[in-house]
Design a protein around this ligand. Structure first.
Ligand SMILES: [Zn+2]
Length: 258
């Protein structure tokens, strides 16, 4: 098995150094492309060049965010293979849909599909033996933006203790200590959850007011990004019965008095 990265030229606050496109080869030249990234002709050219002399079997998409999926359909059409993902989304329409328990053959390798909702509802990880392509579920060097926190925590716990030796993320470098990283992600999210709850108890009445308290030491340009994660924390607090959400306002649930 051989794994190579082609880094897209789309660095930024949402994408770190850029999107990682992973090329997985079974060792005999049978290959899949994972997350071809945004539409970018230089990036497409770099991918195609690396594939020269190999037999491409499919194009896989971890999730439909615009830094991962838009080039999947065009490059799959160009290579006359299927674009495979969990569900249609912005700029992506899978030729073949896969879900938890599906597998995708890559020559001698069977790539196992793991549904990991949270960062996005349609998020998949792909597992080949003891390595996992983790998309934006777990990335190198930082935490991720979370759309739905309850499912996200479940999706982290789902991978923990399953013998993963290495993660190949959608952004940043390979991760060697998967379980340690998952523990850090869980601890980080639970710490943020407690901080969000504290901020609400201190009187923050909206997601942005929570951001200003919890992310006071983070550059203001990142506050809109932080807001998305705070909203996910607030939804979980409301599911836990701690608060009620009325449009943009947070209403604290007062403890029941006998
Ligand atoms: Zn994403």
């Amino acid at each position: 098995m051989r794994i190579e990265r082609v880094l897209a030229n789309n660095p930024g606050p949402y994408t770190g150094p850029g999107t990682n496109t992973w090329i997985l080869d079974d060792g005999s030249g049978k290959t899949v492309i994972i997350d071809p990234g945004p539409i970018d002709s230089a990036h497409e050219h770099a991918i195609i060049e690396l594939l020269s002399g190999r037999h491409v079997e499919a194009v896989l998409v971890t999730h439909t965010h615009t830094d991962h999926a838009p080039m999947a359909n065009p490059i799959a059409a160009e290579l006359s293979v299927a674009a495979i993902g969990h569900a249609p989304g912005p700029f992506f329409d899978p030729d073949e849909r896969v879900a938890e328990g599906s597998s995708v053959p890559v020559g001698d390798i069977s790539l196992e599909v793991i549904h990991t909702p949270g960062h996005a509802d349609d998020h998949l990880c792909f597992r080949a033996g003891n390595v996992v392509f983790s998309g934006d579920h777990i990335i190198g060097g930082s935490s991720v933006m979370v759309e739905r926190l309850g499912p996200y925590l479940e999706s982290l716990r789902k991978l923990k203790g399953t013998g993963i030796e290495r993660l190949y993320p959608g952004h940043g470098d390979e991760i060697e200590d998967a379980d340690e990283t998952i523990d850090w992600y869980l601890a980080h999210r639970l710490e943020r959850h407690a901080q969000v709850k504290d901020a609400v108890e201190q009187g923050a009445g909206s997601a942005m007011e929570v951001v200003e308290i919890v992310y006071a030491d983070v550059d203001k340009s990142l506050h809109p990004l932080a807001r998305m994660s705070v909203e996910a924390h607030l939804v979980l607090l409301s599911e836990q019965g701690e608060i009620a959400l009325e449009k943009d306002r947070i209403v604290q649930n007062s403890p029941e008095t006998p």
